[in-house]
Design a protein around this ligand. Sequence first.
Ligand code: FMN
Length: 403
Amino acid sequence: MGRLDRCYNIADLREVARRRLPKGVFEYVDRGTEDEIALANNRRVYHETKLLNRVLVDVSDVRLESEMLGLPSSLPLAVAPTGIAGLCWYEGELELAKAAAKVGVPFTLATGSNTSMEKIAKHAGGRLWFQLYMWREKDLSDELVRRAARAGFETLIWTVDIGHGANREHNARNGFSTPYKANARSIVDALAHPEWLVTVLGRYMRTDGMPRHVNYPEKYQEKITGKVSTSKAARADKVGWEDVDRLRAIWPGKFLLKGIMRVEDAEEAARRGVDGVVVSNHGGRNMDSAPSPLEVLPGISRAVRGRTTVFVDSGVRRGSDIVKALALGADAVLAGRATLYGVGAGGQAGAEKALSIVKNEMRRTMAYIGRQRIDEVGADDLWTGRETASASRVRPAVPEAAE
Ligand SMILES: Cc1cc2nc3c(=O)[nH]c(=O)nc-3n(C[C@H](O)[C@H](O)[C@H](O)COP(=O)(O)O)c2cc1C
């Protein structure tokens, strides 16, 4: 029995990945920012959201397929951009993209990944989305966007919730940075994880050399021996809605904004013809004071759903979480860590396992709540009745004056 055969849920895959990966890499994947309040809150809100089962209805034909941005998806989920799969497995982005294609969901390649967009486009198959971080020199971003279009990516996600970058103290403690660099702490960490050292880092060294941000504009690419990072500082912090129009004009496909948490921002996006918004707090990795996206989702959904597609991410670990997100007003979810744990545990096979686990869990949940199609899921499936429970305790169980 292999490692993956003993994984029955995402938490099991996470545990296998934790043992395989250097601490610096694993914590970069797993942890949040500052006091990790947003990270914990993302899960807490999912835990506290309850669904009501519906009985004695036909659930013999539950289907999870959805139309996402005009094309089919085998479940209402897309793989979120993460830019680290390539350190979880050799060419992990390609492994993850192939897994997504096999399961039939879109895969998003992050600007900061280690495998080139052209290679992904050539070998992955399936639906491919590209995520952009805007550079201060906006013409370099425009060039990247044109390159993604030429490579055949169907959807562009512009991530807009980055502010001045994240304060992730664990990275500093672990001596971890992207692109990956050798230093006293990272070398000790790598030596303690020999399988990773040989099959991931060693393999890069034997082929293309140290993993690089191969999709960055040439002048921002660094190698291990490179100078002090300028690439993150080069990300634009002076952007505006006019940049949405500019990107819209040069990008031929669907266009999404990721990191939307305010109703008025979602409304502005819809007004400007953005095809979808991703309600997201970046998986609790950026602003630690952010609410859970699930908490702001109903208001955003009420304001713009139907005019633009509403995605939500941050905290999806179970198939039931997807159903909860739909019930609260999302059209679909993005999943980041759930599939990364899969890649970290077993490359393409691990990512496929992660996706099939959440798919099976989602199907079960749909059957419990008596829904056979995802567009039937709605607010009516949520349990909202804490006061009903206390009220029933004070009221007599059997109506009085029955005779
Ligand atoms: C290790 C890691 C790296 C990430 N890198 C990016 C990135 O490069 N661009 C981006 O838009 N979002 C990035 N994200 C955020 C994800 O796209 C997504 O919003 C988040 O993972 C959702 O939360 P979840 O991990 O709980 O599913 C990253 C997330 C993780 C976990």
